[in-house]
Design a protein around this ligand. Structure first.
Ligand code: ZN
Length: 428
């Protein structure tokens, strides 16, 4: 399973590639592509997917008979990285560097002295307009070099990194001006003059590895969850609910984009499934009330050298199974009801669960469950797999946990949930 996960991560250097690769996996399994701008017709028993901005994707399966609700998972396609600015090359007479800015909150030090490449998308002029093409340099193309210890004797005493100074990657020598866009154009198979604009990002070239009880790979947050929930979605049997798989872009920058979890994308898709299958507004409300969302985003394992950063009673460990995340201020959506629903699913699947909460004096991170709820409000649980070094260029997780998540979410997708009254539910 982890080998397949590493292949998925390697094929997904950016959110665009993650969506393209996920779409290919789905279409190889018989799912049909829908376009938001075209009229949909849906067939019972069939699977579909739709993308927005080439960086978010929602897939769903239509049950063969009348359905009671939507069983959904959501994860994110993006990871913290550096975006290459519109005018990409910086020349100082000696070196050619790339002009970049931060995308999300990465651990800067982990991006240094590491083989980096560049991938993303370009818009290319066509006869009557333009098209989007994905590009990936695919090889060691840049490095962000540290300053030698001899020139910075305090380097081991806590560094502060200025992204405009310290984090600019070396790309070549001064005489190579123009080479960056030459390479991008070559990878796009287009004339450089026809490239109108770009969305390009650095990425870490390291391949995922399993070692002992652990796995180490780039972008485990959140491609481990994206991969595991996709496996579960594809493997699930038909139930009395429509199953829905969501992969949202822009979680790392707050989700507030047309394709992020704060957008209407999920609502729009649910609305269309309901109405194309003959449901009215009342049917949609009824169905959402009998629905459930599992927001899947990785969690912080207790750190081997710094256990003091974890709450003593809520430490979670790698290979300990699914982490259910709690937060009194509802940065995580989990409450007694959604937690009970999901715990029963895991119990039946024979998958261990552990409870996570931040130390009461540490604010912790945020994720997409509560943000998605502002557009589609329904019972939601926040879960993840325990990992170390979140937002490092190279992250570490448990070797057994991917399989645990596939098992738990397959069991989840095979169920339907009926609201007997507010706060009481039964499985079907
Ligand atoms: Zn995440």
């Amino acid at each position: 399973m982890n080998r397949k996960l590493f292949d998925y991560i390697a094929a997904s250097p950016t959110a665009y590639h993650a969506v393209e690769h996920t779409a290919k996996i789905l279409s190889d399994r018989g799912y049909s592509e829908l376009r938001e701008g075209e009229k949909w017709s849906l067939e019972a028993g069939k699977g579909y997917y739709v993308t927005r901005n080439c960086s978010s994707l929602i897939a769903f399966k239509v049950p063969s008979k009348d359905f009671c609700g939507f069983m959904m998972t959501a994860s994110h396609s993006d990871s913290p990285t550096f975006k290459v600015k519109e005018n990409p090359e910086l020349s100082d007479g000696k070196y050619l560097r790339l002009s970049v800015e931060k995308y999300g909150g990465m651990l800067c030090s982990t991006w240094m002295d590491r083989p980096l490449s560049v991938a993303g998308r370009v818009t290319v002029r066509t006869e009557n307009g333009f098209e989007t093409k994905l590009v990936d340099l695919g090889e060691f193309s840049a490095i962000i070099p540290n300053v030698a210890i001899h020139m910075n004797r305090n380097a081991n005493d806590g560094m502060s990194y200025n992204p405009a100074v310290d984090m600019l990657p070396l790309f070549g020598e001064a005489g190579e001006s123009g080479r960056f866009m030459d390479l991008i154009a070559e990878k796009a198979g287009s004339d450089k003059a026809d490239i109108i604009t770009t969305d390009l990002f650095l990425y870490n070239l390291d391949a995922g590895k399993e070692w002992g009880s652990f796995i180490t790979a780039p972008r485990l947050d959140d491609l481990q969850c994206a991969f595991a929930s996709l496996q579960a979605f594809a493997a699930s049997n038909e139930s009395e609910s429509a199953t829905v798989y969501c992969l949202f872009d822009n979680e790392e920058v707050g989700s507030g984009t047309k394709q992020g979890a704060a957008s209407t994308f999920l609502y729009d898709v649910l609305y269309r499934i309901n109405s194309v299958l003959g449901g009215d507004g009342e049917d949609l409300m009824r169905r959402i009330s009998n629905s459930f969302l599992v927001s899947c985003d990785n969690a912080h394992a207790v750190h081997p050298n710094h256990p003091e950063f974890s709450d003593k009673n809520h430490t979670v460990t790698m290979n300990g199974g699914i982490v259910i995340k709690y937060n009194a201020n509802q940065k995580y959506t989990t409450d007694a009801v959604s937690s009970a629903l999901f715990r029963l699913v895991c119990e039946e699947a024979g998958v261990p669960v552990q409870s996570y909460a931040n130390r009461a004096d540490m604010p912790g991170g945020s994720t997409l469950g509560n943000i998605a709820n502002t557009q589609v409000s329904l019972n939601t649980v926040d879960i993840g797999l325990a990992q170390l070094a979140m937002h490092s260029a190279l992250e570490t997780a448990g070797a057994k946990d991917t399989e645990y998540m596939v098992k738990a979410l397959t069991s989840f997708y095979n169920k339907s949930i009926i609201a007997e009254k507010d706060g009481s539910y039964r499985f079907k």
